[in-house]
Design a protein around this ligand. Structure first.
Ligand code: C2E
Ligand code: MG
Ligand code: MG
Ligand code: MG
Length: 269
């Protein structure tokens, strides 16, 4: 026991370790405050069709931290997942996105736009998830048919039965689903067939080198063909150049998102 205590004491006084623990718990405290202090913002990145017309946007979360500045999601979503804070944060994202959709709905020139919202694994698995979405839609007056939820492969395969039940319930309410970062997770074709999906989203990592890496080109083409044969639309993310867009278009891709068409920006106007 003395030995165990000694080991713990050693760890406690290891200055490197201590610094990591302190930084992490500070971030966690700040994250808890962030919702109350209204430090989260959504940025909106356009999605376009084959003719380059804007059909909607993806909502991307940022944290306006008083000292750190604008913190990208990769730096706090994992901690939010671990601590469970992703539940209230995800709820805020859904409500804010639906409020934006309701504003778009009120104007004829924006009424048809869709809004894609990212959903984290822990948020989706929560028993109240379906209610969370339906209630955000109801409270805002947004059209459920304009809301698209982005899920990831690993999230879906975790509990396939439960996943199908939740997706089916939300689809009945009018919501649609896109499979984000497609090709990077455990893509099982038999699962893909069972899920009520609407869209596949080609991961940015395949789009980046689509012109120079024959393997990435083959994967991108295969995803488009797979989507077509399953009756799903396909959108490519991270499209930065006209050459990338033209290559994807030549292989029948339906839709695009990336810096070529617009960066994520606040406001959603
Ligand atoms: P994602 O859903 O795959 O989002 C696409 C990411 O690619 C975004 O990064 C976007 O800013 C970036 N991007 C878009 N076009 C281009 C391009 O042409 N070139 C390059 N280099 N990058 C591009 P971001 O905003 O940092 O978000 C990172 C990830 O954080 C998202 O990946 C998503 O998984 C997660 N995330 C963002 N917002 C939320 C949210 O509200 N809830 C949850 N649970 N996760 C979110
Ligand atoms: Mg996404
Ligand atoms: Mg993505
Ligand atoms: Mg991605």
């Amino acid at each position: 026991q003395a030995k165990a205590a000694g080991r713990n004491a050693m760890r406690f006084f290891d200055p490197g370790m201590q610094a990591v623990v302190t930084a992490r718990s500070e971030l966690e405290d700040d994250l808890r405050e962030a919702l109350k202090a209204q430090q989260f913002v959504l940025h909106y990145q356009p999605q376009v069709d084959g003719e380059g017309r804007i059909t909607g946007a993806e909502a991307l979360l940022r944290w306006q931290h008083p000292q750190r500045g604008l913190v990208p999601p990769a730096e706090f979503i994992p901690l939010a997942e671990e601590t469970g804070l992703i539940l209230p944060i995800g709820d805020w994202v859904l409500r804010t996105a639906c409020a934006r959709l309701a504003q778009w709905r009120a104007r004829p020139d924006t009424a048809a736009l869709t809004l894609a919202v990212n959903v984290s694994a822990r948020q989706f698995r929560h028993p109240g998830f379906v209610y969370q979405v339906v209630s955000a839609l109801g409270a805002s007056g947004a059209d459920p048919h304009r809301l698209k939820l982005e899920l990831t492969e690993s999230l879906l395969l975790d509990d396939i039965e439960g996943t199908v039940v939740k997706m089916t319930a939300l689809k009945a309410a009018g919501v649609s689903f896109s499979l984000d970062d497609f090709g990077t997770g455990y893509s099982s074709l038999s699962y893909l067939k069972r899920l009520p999906l609407d869209q596949l989203k080609i991961d940015r990592s395949f789009v980046r080198d689509v012109l120079t890496d024959p393997n990435d080109a083959a994967i991108a083409r295969t995803i488009v063909a797979l989507g077509q044969s399953l009756g799903l639309t396909v959108i490519a993310e991270g499209v930065e150049t006209e050459e990338q867009r033209a290559f994807l278009a030549a292989h029948n891709c339906h839709a695009y998102q990336g810096y070529l068409f617009g960066r994520p920006e606040p406001g959603g106007d």
